[in-house]
Ligand binder design. Sequence first.
Ligand SMILES: Cc1cc2nc3c(=O)[nH]c(=O)nc-3n(C[C@H](O)[C@H](O)[C@H](O)COP(=O)(O)OP(=O)(O)OC[C@H]3O[C@@H](n4cnc5c(N)ncnc54)[C@H](O)[C@@H]3O)c2cc1C
Length: 457
Amino acid sequence: MVYDVVIVGAGFSAIASVCNLIELLPASFSVAVVGDDPGFGRGTAYRTELYLHRLNVPAGRMSLFADRPDAFVDWLAEHKRPVGAGDFASRQDYGLYVRDSLAGLLRRKPRCRVDFIKAKATGCLGRYNAALGFLFDNGNEIAGRNIVLCLGVGSAKLPIDLSGLPALGASHVVDNPWRLSWLGRVASEDSVCILGSGLTMIDQVLALHAHGFKGHIDVISRRGLAPLSHARAPKPPAELDVATLPTRLSELMGTLRRESRCADDWRSIMDSLRPQTQTLWQRLPLSERSRFLRHALPWWNIHRHRVAPDVFERFEEITRSGQIALHAGYLLNVEAGDRLTLCYRARGRRDVLSIQTDWIVNCTGMERAGMAHSPLLRAMQHQGLIEADPLGLGIIVDPRSRIPKTSENGVSIYAVGALTAGQFWEITAVPDLRVQARKVAEAIAKRRWAKSGQDDG
Ligand SMILES: Cc1cc2nc3c(=O)[nH]c(=O)nc-3n(C[C@H](O)[C@H](O)[C@H](O)COP(=O)(O)OP(=O)(O)OC[C@H]3O[C@@H](n4cnc5c(N)ncnc54)[C@H](O)[C@@H]3O)c2cc1C
């Protein structure tokens, strides 16, 4: 079957794209959403099994639609959740809200055809009849006249190869902590070593606690920096215009540091950058973007991707109790005996230190969107349909999120989400994804109107 639109991916970006297409396309259009994820629309972020896992963006900024900012807050009120616009709702609830929003739109447009296909797209069949075909892991295939790639980022691999560990040791390495079933295998007095100290680590520490875990937790990452907190009473964003900021990284960081020192709260500087980050990124030459990724990324992440204040306080409490030790260093190797031994070089030191533990948990977070995790992207690259971003930030798209030159044969390929980080950088959170999904849906709708020349809605 040839669909008007094929969306590959089943996370938030895919569902935001389909919701906008339902609103904008004529009534008789057809869309296929192809995803290998059991929870359509939830992705890793919103299919958590733990209610205590919170959003890290206030509810008032999490509506699916930028032009209806209260939609999520209204949903929360309708469902009797005591969460206001400035509060941090449960990620589980957010997944339900996304699902309900899609169902509501589908009810209102009964003539459109939206097929949800559970499969992994593994290959591309090239262009035929002004459409692009995709091959699935189950042997089936479909084609679309417009394609939207919403593949997210794969989860990060372990920082070192542990394939040589004996079976018993390997069974105590948790490669994908998002499958929370691993928690059931941990005894309450065991010890756990978490690799990575970002938001995923905090989620897992809270999950361990919710399971009554009493043992010791070591956390190791290259810089040993953990996310900072949102303010309980946020100050308004400062008035900083990115057009006036330097484009050399060292000068830019110097300016931001000075501004932060002078501000009542450094967060107001970060918050002023928030709606302008894409512009700031686009102003930086490639060499400075590359410098940013090498030198400033860990600092950017902890200041920019902050946690809800009570999540932060809970984490601080556990840290103060001595249950968690945070180490900065480079993991060198892991040996398995009765327990697992991790050897690492402490940051800024020459000597090698070691940690004994029962469990290793990979919380190095999401991989930067690259080609490595996706057979589909590698196949499309091989066929000359897409090109890798030079800094490894996904694929090359133009400022309209379209893959250049793809409409030459009548097929347009767009991407939504982290795959477009090379062009936009700040494109992983809902406030940005919903705007991008809308623009892509508008571009597809415009093409469709131009072709049909009539309203069949
Ligand atoms: C733990 C966590 C918490 C977060 N909290 C927030 C928050 O509070 N607020 C916020 O704004 N953002 C948050 N984010 C950011 C979050 O990534 C985005 O909000 C959003 O969920 C990204 O959605 P996505 O669809 O782009 O990617 P994903 O959610 O990664 O979805 C991509 C989907 O595509 C599927 N897929 C990939 N390749 C194929 C293929 N070849 N064939 C078929 N299917 C494929 C994947 O299986 C996956 O289901 C959080 C992220 C994480 C990981």
